[in-house]
Design a protein around this ligand. Structure first.
Ligand code: ADP
Ligand code: MG
Length: 237
């Protein structure tokens, strides 16, 4: 028997933008049932990797697979992977609920599914308000609700904590942990390790377009000594 393919497999991606090597051999797997933190400084290649996974950018070399299949070959893409790339693009004049209904309709889903994702989003009391009046934290929740419409087993969020207050950060952490507890694979990026604390089970640390550490958080803590965490990065200059 062969093992099932990882939820996401990123395999030796290379991507140049002019003189910039955005991705320089980026490789890692994302497992189901865990929150994987994708952490590294601005410019490290996190967003480009996520765009490649979603087929929005084409790599020069390498490939990305979702459950063993490239995004372009998924039969019902939004039923496989839900993504929040930027604060959700909203039609400011529509109510948040109508925004979700419109997205649900485009996926062949009904009002019942909208009500489910709204209940999980904590936005129920504000869902009839115009999305244009939403705070950044509420827009992020709405974007996450939209990503979850198709009930995807794989969820990917790019910098969802950006600009949020502590309550918003706390809420998203708890929500992502709950998604992983349901058996979903969750990949969440941040340029700040502190935002992923208390939420990530696994960390993929990146810099300059490649992985510099790929480790379980429990293993990382076990390896740390005297309160100092030492990332084993191999013999790289
Ligand atoms: P991160 O999300 O980790 O901050 P990015 O993937 O956004 O990193 O960017 C990686 C590198 O690629 C950066 O140097 C960035 O400036 C460059 N880059 C990303 N997208 C483009 C683009 N469309 N055109 C030119 N350069 C880009
Ligand atoms: Mg980014």
């Amino acid at each position: 028997t062969t093992d099932p393919p990882p939820a996401i497999a990123v395999q030796a991606l290379r991507k140049r933008f002019g003189a910039t090597a955005a991705l320089d051999g980026m490789s890692f797997d994302v497992a189901a049932g865990k929150v994987t933190g994708f952490v590294g400084p601005n410019g490290a290649g996190k967003s480009t990797t996520m765009r490649v996974i979603l087929g929005l950018d084409t790599p020069d070399e390498g490939r990305a697979l979702i459950g063993g299949v490239p995004y372009s070959k998924l039969r019902r893409p939004l039923g496989h992977i839900g993504a929040l790339l930027d604060a959700a693009a909203l039609q400011p004049g529509r109510s948040a609920r109508n925004h979700l209904l419109w997205l649900a309709h485009s996926q062949g889903l009904g009002a019942k599914r909208v009500d489910e994702v709204v209940a999980a989003s904590g936005l129920a009391s504000a869902i009839k308000r115009k999305a244009g009046g939403y705070s950044l934290g509420m827009r992020q929740r709405l974007g996450i609700a939209a990503a979850m419409l198709g009930d995807p087993p794989v969820v990917m969020l790019d910098e969802p904590f950006n600009g949020l207050d502590p309550e918003g950060i706390f809420w998203i952490r708890g929500y992502l942990k709950a998604l992983a507890a349901e058996g979903r694979a969750v990949l969440v990026s941040s340029h700040l390790m502190s935002e992923l604390e208390g939420c990530a089970d696994h960390l993929v640390v990146v810099g300059r377009g490649r992985v510099i550490a790929d480790t379980g958080v429990a293993e990382l803590i076990a390896r740390s000594s005297g309160g100092r965490v030492v990332l084993r990065t191999g013999a790289r200059a």
